[in-house]
Write a new protein. Structure first.
Lengths: 482, 482
């Protein structure tokens, strides 16, 4: 039998933290005398109550979690937090149905950025800051998970990064908790730098903070229905591009850089590949816009770089309706949704290191075809890729394609059109934000979808955010045995 | 340096065979006094001339091909044959542009079944029999390749079948040439049985033969613009379903069955999986049609089973415009395009055994997550899957997804709409036939696409038919070195 007490104890801690976070929007609403402050206060009290009750009743002497408990904790915490985080959306003046509220909260905490809300420009500050806060917490949550839990669980090739950080010859801090604390400070510092830059570029203080939180988290919630396009400023676009990219790099490298090894950021293969993909896609898109859509070269580059970076990193901001960019735009952005950023960042998607492993394996495969008796080894960052990592990454890729197909077919069964079903499945599982097409594209919202589609998409976001295996492993009967 | 002479010698033989095949449509046209018989006769003479010239000039003492030569031979023969096979289309009364003619011939020889032609119902018999013949030759060609060449080249996990057939404890005939001869007779026998069944069910003799050739080859060219739907006969639908399925099973198992081991067909894991996927998809589609599209249960099953089998096996016949079946139909059929049949059959696509290997590896992966120190082995057909096969299959899957994405983006760049670009790329690389949507769906043709799209799709068909690696390996600089 699995001992649930240590799991529920930690979930109690997380819920208490969530309750604490709810006080910030309460203060924001109280400051402008919006009656919603009571909703946030009540939701905070309720969440705190349940959280403390869990902590008290589930206290146990067990200190360490085993594998199974870690899996359950991960899946459960990323379900319970949006379940409670949804409360303010339901009971505030927005009066969302619980389905809509859960969708919005799940989209927030998984840093997806798909929304069911319109009229953001006139929404009370509490709701806006709560959305930003969910993404910001989700962003640091996912980095913490990528550093502390996923490598231990050996999920989808993430053991590659366990070896790296536990390598004693490396000067990386050995203990995960300490590591996460340091990275938390870096995360906070970058958010403040981003907010300051936005503010200097002309945003109101409130907007600057809210957008900084969702930029670094590569989340994509905005305080305006027009997203970043609302500000119509090339400077703001550029700041967003820079910080979206910064949010997509491995945060552990920033720590190394600060500890006197700035070169580690530039020597990392994953960073090279990521930037190469971004530059290639943005340049292709810019030339397409210049040649076929009648934009000036400068404007084409600005639009292309912003929106391509926003999609690849899974942020989901928009400065224009890229649904109007023709099919090259649609097909390129569709496939770019799957890319994601680097491991150990706030981004989601398949992630660049997996493409590197897949590419290296495919090249090795081709070389083996030419010399069947030769011995070929695939490398990642100059080190041989162990068999277990290769298998793990390739299974991840297969299951990713499979889950994508199942969700897309499910959305088709619910009755969404082909483009909406395909891009909806892709944007959910890769935690991007907007889809493609008139309905869920950057000019639309997810509000009009049937409830069943919203639950399916929420499941997709959870699957994508937790790197599939964390959820799928629980479907194995062996998981629950003995 | 690579010695091209033995390659060109064999291509000379193949071209002479092609020239011989061209005589059949010449006879058919001459019989109805259609002047196109001269076109076929001239094309045959020209092809024979070049073929014999190649055989004479490239004669060499070398008997065996090495790896590289085998790769070049495979790629070159599947390019040169459609290049010459296109001649009758260009010079006949159809007066196709060479692009259209090449597309049609490539679609034929790769057993894809995408067409640029309309007015088939009134087309001269020579053209119709030539299209059927191309697919029929392509079908046996691909079985021969899957038995003799791909396992030797270890392409995409096909070494799984080399081991099987060279296993001395197995009573399968050891020598490939002999094996192919036997299977050729089985292929011919099944074609005749299929033609006879069609004829008994009411088709004209000519139509019966033409359709039998494209059914067994899972090709999909028809003698009517309405495809099999033209005959509006439940019996003919059923015959087509049975023989499409028979064409999708491993032909080597038929041989074993004939040699006194009928059980081998029913004990093969790949056959179980294939039939399970077909039944599952057809049943889901039938209930969808029954519940949402207002068909009777019987009619729903008839339509669903025919069209689902036609798409999964990559045949590409249609009995109705399944573009009108709503998005569930579109999304399900879209993903079904990738499935394909069994290895060693006339089908294309990813193929069922690869899904089995991918699934087995993913399950092993999940079990390993639960017991990191346990030893788990993936099995295929009761035997452990060697590492090299697993890697090979997974690289194949990754490259398949990558090639699909590149072709779809390319079609988007050319300006096709999203559904046409996505389904066009899928139908080409999986050699299915029709795409989805108004343009290239079962009710349309590929005629209206720009030339560049036709060439790109032709490349996609070639890539898919030759299992990617055979073409991609030649892009490696190492291939051409020394």
């Amino acid at each position: 039998m699995i001992d649930f007490r240590p799991i529920l104890f930690i979930i109690g801690i997380l819920m208490s933290t969530l309750a604490l976070a709810m006080c910030l929007p309460a203060v924001a609403d109280a400051a402008v005398k919006n009656p919603d402050w009571e909703v946030f206060a009540l939701a905070a009290a309720f969440t705190l109550l349940i959280g403390v009750m869990l902590m008290l009743t589930a206290r146990s002497r067990a200190r360490n979690l085993n594998q199974r408990q870690a899996f359950i904790l991960t899946a459960l915490s990323w379900t319970i937090i949006p379940a409670f985080g949804a409360l303010p959306f339901t009971f505030s003046e927005l009066e969302l149905s619980y389905t809509d509220a859960f969708f919005e909260a799940m989209s927030g905490i998984t840093t997806t950025g798909s929304t069911v809300l319109t009229g953001l420009d006139f929404a009370p500050p509490g709701i806006l800051i709560w959305r930003a806060l969910l993404q910001w917490l989700g962003g640091i949550g996912i980095i913490a998970m990528a550093i502390a839990i996923l490598p231990m669980l050996q999920v989808g090739g993430m053991q590659l990064f366990r070896m790296e950080s536990s390598d004693s010859s490396d000067k990386v801090l050995p203990r995960a908790a300490q590591l996460i604390t340091y990275i938390g400070f870096i995360y906070l510092g970058m958010t403040m730098m981003c907010a300051l830059s936005y503010w200097l570029a002309g945003m109101r203080g409130f907007d600057a903070v809210a957008h900084a939180m969702t930029t670094i988290a590569t989340g994509g919630f905005s305080t305006s229905d027009q997203s970043i396009g609302h500000f119509a400023s090339a400077t703001i676009d550029t700041i967003a591009v820079v910080f979206m990219l910064l949010g997509s790099l491995p945060f552990v490298l920033y720590l190394r850089a600060l500890r006197g090894n700035p070169g580690s950021l530039w020597r990392d293969n994953q960073v090279h590949w990521f930037l190469a993909i971004v530059i290639l896609a943005a340049t292709a898109m810019a030339f397409h816009l210049y040649l076929n859509n009648g934009f000036g070269l400068r404007e084409a580059f600005r639009l292309a770089s912003f929106n391509v970076v926003s999609i690849i990193t899974g942020t989901g901001y928009a400065t224009t309706d890229f649904g109007l960019w023709g099919t090259f735009g649609l097909t390129l952005l569709f496939f770019m949704m799957f890319v994601g950023g680097c491991a150990g960042s706030t981004t989601c998607g398949i992630k660049v290191f997996r493409f590197q492993v897949l590419y290296a394996t495919a090249v090795t495969q081709i070389r083996r075809l030419l010399e069947p008796h030769g011995v070929f080894i695939s490398y990642y960052n100059g080190k041989p890729i162990p068999y277990s990592v290769g298998d793990s990454v390739m299974s991840f890729f297969f299951l990713y394609a499979l889950c994508f197909a199942v969700i897309a077919i499910g959305l088709g069964m619910i009755g969404l059109d082909f483009l909406t079903a395909m891009s909806g499945a892709a944007t959910a599982i890769s935690n991007v934000g907007p889809g493609l097409g008139d309905v869920i594209g950057p000019a639309g919202t997810f509000a009009s979808l049937p409830d069943s589609a919203k639950w399916l998409l929420s499941l997709g976001m959870l699957l994508g955010r937790l790197e599939l295996f964390t959820i799928l492993v629980m479907l194995a009967p062996a998981f629950w045995r003995r």
